[in-house]
Design a protein around this ligand. Structure first.
Ligand code: GTP
Ligand code: MG
Length: 198
């Protein structure tokens, strides 16, 4: 799928103020997992979404309009140790409010750092999405950081952990924002969903 245009539209803390009326694809995952980098890689725009080596860069719900037809949504990360309880509660409210109240939310991409063993916080979040009937896909990030064999092993471990509570596995993608790995697959997946909606 060709990205004809990509533009930042607006940042919000409140889902009620978010733009609507077009299909939305949201990116979520632990802080620093590579959500904003992946949005830049997919759109081919290096600095569209702000990235940082330090966790906690994205703190708002950011809508990007793609090809005038659909939105990519960059969300703050969860599980960021450095924010206080109160701030973390606000982030969670912002994220869950958005996820539960966006009628055009078509897919939630959950990003997982491919180098880590399955983390409880990610599995809990994925299960929460399932319980709330939200469509999701898993995106493993930073595949360039370790060997192909290690990547395969990590994905298998994660799949095994998911099968403890899921009968059928959600779609899975292996990506590297640095090398462009998985770009065609992810855009093809989004294109398929968009086609099924029209
Ligand atoms: P928050 O907004 O803080 O929640 O983080 P985020 O999930 O948006 O992560 P971000 O895209 O800002 O990336 C965090 C760090 O990981 C940055 O230093 C990126 O350069 C790096 N990074 C992201 N994706 C990749 C990747 O595929 N490969 C490598 N090597 N580094 C990556
Ligand atoms: Mg970010």
């Amino acid at each position: 799928m060709k990205i004809k245009s990509a533009q930042f539209v607006v940042s919000n803390t409140d889902w009620r103020k978010c733009p609507s009326g077009k299909p939305e694809f949201a990116f979520i995952g632990r802080s620093n997992v590579g959500k904003s980098s992946l949005i830049n890689m997919l759109t081919g725009r290096k600095a569209l979404a702000k990235t940082s080596g330090k966790p906690g860069k994205t703190r708002l719900i950011n809508h990007f309009l793609i090809s005038e037809q659909w939105y990519l949504v960059d969300l703050p990360g969860y599980g960021w140790a450095k924010v206080g309880k109160q701030q973390r509660g606000r982030f969670e409210e912002m994220i869950t409010g958005y996820l539960l109240n966006s009628p055009h939310l078509t897919c939630v991409f959950v990003l997982i750092d491919i180098r880590l063993e399955p983390q409880a916080i990610d599995l809990e979040f994925i299960n929460w999405l399932g319980e709330n009937g939200l469509p999701l896909a898993i995106v493993f990030t930073k595949a360039d950081k370790q060997s192909r064999n290690k990547n395969i092993r990590s994905v298998q471990m994660f799949e095994k952990a998911l099968l403890a509570s899921w009968e059928e596995l959600p779609p899975r993608f292996i990506t590297s924002s640095r090398q462009g790995t998985g770009r065609n697959e992810l855009l093809g997946y989004i294109e398929g969903i968009l086609a099924s909606l029209s």
